[in-house]
Ligand binder design. Structure first.
Ligand code: NCD
Length: 329
């Protein structure tokens, strides 16, 4: 693995190995001295062009616990605010010889673009536009793995509810669960579940080659009760108003009346169903406050697991680079 740009690029075995390694990293996070020398002498730059609390902090902690030197740059504090292009900023950073560049950007494809132009530096996608957020899907899976057991990640019905249209978290989780052979239900009003997903569902049904790679099933549901019916996992997505240039719902009140995931609506789900929230959550809009605070919502575990997953990803990329340099050398 040279870069981590999308779940869509991962093979099933690689995804499972990353989860296994991440579970190993959890052990480090429980030690009194949370530090191992695995990335000593390596430099990780976090380049964030969009707001972030969880992702940026956990990439920073992950790098530090692995003993890397970690530098954080946000768009407001970088020369981007003086008009420098993304590529020029990245090339400038490359001249300082970082080993890994972690990028969050509002434009879908920005990390891939950088991976093509930067020599000798691994790129990690920390969320690009409405495309993917691979480490979020990995930490969601790690959280489920801990809850259900390593064998429990298969045969699941996963309902992803809300603003699918603008969500990179939805796309990364969708590909991951389809890869694992799970049923993925995309649930929301038609304006927030664009037709491309109906086409994708059809293609998955009819295209043998695609079915072999993605043995899961994709289902679109517009009613919350039908979408949650007997689901094992419910992912409540934030309404991403900052990405909406028009109104996709008549009003937030009406949206939450129909789509807010709450203990009441969870009665439609399977008996032991759990709830995930990528955060940040808007209480009372996509998820009720009481459900967010209840034990069936695993949001806090997700945040904790974010560090372990990012440690596993940084370690994997650094190891791949070391192996390559060894071969070249
Ligand atoms: C998500 C993101 O930025 O895509 N947040 C995160 O990384 N935890 C989801 C969101 O912003 O709603």
């Amino acid at each position: 693995m040279k870069h981590l740009l999308a779940i869509q690029e991962l093979e099933r075995n690689k995804l499972l190995t990353l989860l296994e390694n991440a579970q190993g990293m959890v052990e480090i996070s429980r030690r009194e001295v949370k530090k191992v020398p695995a990335l000593r002498g390596k430099t990780v730059i976090n380049l964030f062009y969009e707001a972030s609390t969880r992702t940026r902090t956990s990439f920073e902690i992950a790098g530090k616990w692995l003993s890397a030197d970690v530098i954080n740059i946000t768009s407001g504090s970088s020369s981007a605010s003086k008009g420098e292009t993304l590529l020029d900023t990245a090339l400038t950073l490359q001249a300082m010889a970082p080993d890994i560049l972690v990028v969050r950007h509002g434009a879908s494809g920005a990390p891939e673009f950088l991976s093509q132009h930067l020599k000798d530096c691994a790129v990690v996608n920390a969320g690009d536009g409405t495309h993917e957020h691979p480490t979020q899907a990995l930490l969601d899976l790690l959280t489920l793995r801990q809850h259900l057991g390593a064998q429990g990640l298969e045969g699941l019905c996963v309902a992803i509810v809300g603003d699918i249209r603008h969500s990179r978290v939805a796309r990364s989780n969708m590909w991951a669960h389809l890869l694992l052979g799970n049923e993925v239900r995309l649930v929301g009003p038609p304006t927030l579940v664009p037709l491309e997903f109906n086409q994708m569902a059809e293609e998955l049904k009819n295209n043998r080659k695609l079915q072999t790679r993605y043995p899961g099933k994709l289902v679109i549901e517009h009613a919350l009760s039908a979408g949650l019916r007997e689901a094992d996992v419910v992912i409540a997505l934030r309404m991403q108003l900052e990405r909406q240039e028009h109104f996709f719902v008549p009003s937030l009140e009406e949206y939450s009346r129909n789509y807010c995931v709450s203990s009441r609506s969870m009665q439609h789900a399977g008996k032991g169903a759990v709830v995930l929230s990528p955060g940040p959550a808007n209480r009372g809009i996509e998820i009720s406050g009481e459900l967010l605070d209840s034990p069936r919502c695993l949001a806090a575990n997700q945040v904790t697991n974010g560090i372990a997953v990012r440690m596993a990803v940084l370690y994997e990329l650094a190891s791949a680079r070391a192996a390559e340099q060894h071969i070249v050398g």
